[in-house]
Design a protein around this ligand. Sequence first.
Ligand code: SAM
Length: 298
Amino acid sequence: MKSYFELVISINPELEDVMSDFFFENFPTEGVVLAEESYKNLEMTSTTEGNLKVFLTEEPQGLDNLLKDYRRTLKDRGLTDDFMGSWDYTIDEKENQDWSKKWKEKWDVTHVTDKITVVPDWIEYTPKSKDEVIIRLEPGCAFGTGTHDTTQICMRAIELLGVKGKNVADIGMGSGILSICAKKFGAKYVYGCDNDETVIEVARENALKNNAKCEFELGTADKINKKFDFVLANILHNVLAEIMGDLKNITTDGGYIVLSGILDEKAPIVVDAINKNRLKIVNELHQNQWVGYIVEKI
Ligand SMILES: C[S@@+](CC[C@H](N)C(=O)[O-])C[C@H]1O[C@@H](n2cnc3c(N)ncnc32)[C@H](O)[C@@H]1O
């Protein structure tokens, strides 16, 4: 019987995508569970957010040293020990023939709002009404399963403001989930870019699966020379602050930018960048310890 390894590491939830990338890049990683959440009547009843679960096909060799090096790299980029979390971990060897499917079992249908439902591609799902917007996903190694609060905040913003007939940009599109959502809400044109080349194909395949015509490419906001009515950016708070001017440049006058990926305690850093760029906060959406800002270019 083949075994697999289940590693659980304690991290700051804000580093979940960064740490997922670390495991995918360095070890034979089959999948990660960013946060296991349980819902009752659409209310979240529990979450393991803060514990990243990684499914590995082999025991990770040299993990301690690689973690130490990576922590040093992140520290050099200005992250503190307090911010990063302890990175204490446990590894369990599990006997299971079906190890390769194990992580998929953890990911279920997610009802983001009464209207938006994210369905893992391997699950059969019957829509509850004809108005329900269904997004089918196979995230591969890209961030964006729809279970994360920061992704959900953006989807709530799309539903709240509406994007029918609009030109939408999705900066850091990961799995493409927000682009697909925007297209399903009637956006005229959807463009997404990401600075990680490994996610581009994943996003393209997901768009195809959902019959959602989107344009995806490797890139960053500063390289774009088009303007959009609606710009989505679900990225770490410090990156948002850094690229705020670029986000503003690609937004039409009177257009909106949705900024997500912000832990409550980091909000002042983003608000400061919003103010410095003379953008106007028109709404803020909260979910657990995360906040998202909808800002208008005036
Ligand atoms: C938190 S994930 C969001 C994925 C997806 N949009 C969602 O909402 O679930 C952030 C994504 O932004 C990408 N990213 C990080 N910094 C970026 C930058 N400066 N420009 C473009 N993409 C970036 C990462 O590679 C990652 O795929």
